[in-house]
Each structure stands twice: as structure tokens, then as C-alpha cells.
Design a protein around this ligand. Structure first.
Ligand code: FE2
Length: 162
């Protein structure tokens, strides 16, 4: 079975969008982590993946098989997992989304349970809202003096927020 070629066609993006909609939160977590872990060597081992996701190897294997059937991964022998071009695109999107939300929460001063918040938001945020958050992040970075004002304002209102 090889439907990976589909992604090289002009309809590639359309198909990719559909695949993205089919992913559960947990599938998204896996793809994000596989992408993160393959940045260096271009692959990740099933054991490393299970460890970094804090799951048992058999559940990781199950999920990897699912994602392989969706055409997002290639599961090679010796427990080596590689992303297909489609999987790589979605993985990159998921990692960027994670980083955008994390940057945003840091910028607005969230320190407590930062990663828990990132995880809760990233799976539910719409692409439209994500794009707006990206703009706000880069606005704050482009205008440090306004960001400073925001921080002062934020600190002076700290009693009001819980
Ligand atoms: Fe994440």
C-alpha cells in the first residue's frame, strides 16, 4: 500500500487538510513529538517515543500503526519510525502551533502550569485564532517599549487576576 504519492499532487494540500481534521488530540501529540524527535536524525525509535510521551511501548506501537495507516508515518524495522512528507508537514504545523501558544502564554506572563495550558489550548484553538495570536506575538516582539508598558500594566493589575 502506497498512497503517499497523493501528497505530491496539486490536491495535496486539500488532502492534508482532511487528514489533519481526522486526527484526535492524542494523535496530534504523537505527531508533534515524532516531528520534534526526528528533527536531528530524521527518525525516532519507538522506545524513545514512548518514553518522551510517558506511555507504554505497546500503546505507542498501536498509535504508530494507526498513523501509518493514515499515510503519515513509515514504520520500519528495528522500531524505527519516519514521517512521510504529509506527516512531516502536519508535524511541523503542530510543533509551530505549540510554540506559538507557548510564546503567547509566556508573553502575557503565565508561569504557573505553562505546559498544561499549552496542551489544553493547542488542541482546541482554531486556525483563525492561532493566526491572530501569531500577530500579537510578533507585535510584542517588534515593539519592546509597548511590551514593557504591557508588563507594567499587567503587574499593577495582578491583584485583580487569579
Ligand atoms: Fe504540544
Amino acid at each position: 500500500m502506497n498512497n503517499n504519492e497523493d501528497f505530491y499532487t496539486v490536491r495535496g494540500y486539500e488532502i492534508l487538510g482532511k487528514k489533519k481534521k481526522m486526527l484526535s488530540h492524542s494523535m496530534e501529540d504523537y505527531l508533534e513529538m515524532i516531528y520534534r524527535n526526528s528533527l536531528e536524525k530524521g527518525y525516532v525509535r519507538i522506545n524513545t517515543l514512548a518514553e518522551s510521551l510517558n506511555v507504554q511501548a505497546p500503546s505507542a506501537t498501536k498509535m504508530v500503526q494507526k498513523l501509518t495507516r493514515l499515510g503519515l508515518l513509515k514504520y520500519e524495522k528495528y522500531g524505527i519510525i519516519k514521517l512521510t512528507p504529509a506527516g512531516e508537514k502536519i508535524g511541523r504545523f503542530l510543533l509551530e502551533r505549540h510554540e506559538t501558544i507557548e510564546d503567547f502564554l509566556k508573553l502575557i506572563g503565565v508561569k504557573e502550569k505553562l505546559l498544561v495550558n499549552v496542551e489544553l489550548i493547542e488542541h482546541n484553538v482554531t486556525e483563525g485564532a492561532l493566526a491572530k495570536i501569531k500577530i500579537l506575538n510578533s507585535f510584542f516582539k517588534s515593539y519592546p517599549e509597548i511590551f514593557e508598558k504591557f508588563k507594567e500594566y499587567s503587574i499593577s493589575h495582578i491583584e485583580d487576576s487569579s
